[in-house]
Write a protein that binds this ligand. Sequence first.
Ligand code: PXL
Length: 266
Amino acid sequence: MTHVALTIAGSETTGGAGAQTDLKTFHQLGTFGTAALTCIVSFDPSNDWAHRFVPVEPQVITDQIEATTAVHDIDTVKIGMLGTPATIDAVAASVAERSFTHVVLDPVLICKGQEPGAALDTDNALKSQILPLATFVTPNHFEALSLSGMESIESVADLTEAARRIHETYDVIVLAKGGVVLEGEDAVDVFHDGEQTVELRSPKIGQERVSGAGCTLAAAVTAELAQGATPLEAARVAKDVVTSSIEHRQGGHAPFEAVYQGAYRA
Ligand code: PXL
């Protein structure tokens, strides 16, 4: 039987990010993917590609998680974009009720197109209700600042300190992403599990962010953990998947390009 993983994430219809990206990543790595949708995002081509955001009814999210965990034996779950406090309540309750071995959280804090006030509530709910359920978290530069409470992250040493603080505060394995934000030739991610700290490096591919890179990283970690990889092995594979997915990115008519996982080979 193929190992199964669940993503609890938003739909980003153009296929660049969210559940679409998670399922493609799971599939590419040989994990059977299932998805519970939390919201629907449709970029607005006549308004500078703003994110039109519609939350899914909380009960419908609960029902989806009930359905897929009833059909499959799932011990590895990824949590992506949640978007509202009501969504967070529903997801936290459904996840807490089940004893998943691995809960990989991509802590999507702010999404364009949301009210700043609502976003603050959502960020606080994420920290108080979802982070305590997570076993593995993948913050980007901005999220690492917010979760660590640090004032600035300018270097790999700072990113490492942020990863340590996030581990201390939330008792999770951390894979903190430097991305294109940190200066230098390489895109550096820092893995920290409380015992070991490992820098994962690959040469930067351009200076632009590519849509879906963060989703792909967390999804690849999830797919590998579902198959029994150790967290560090999963992080190493995930870094390679993201590098390949950026190399093979897909252009379109939007001003940003999107990752493509289909060329990755182990
Ligand atoms: O990349 C963050 C992200 C995650 N999930 C959904 C999104 C986005 C960004 O657009 O739309 C559904």
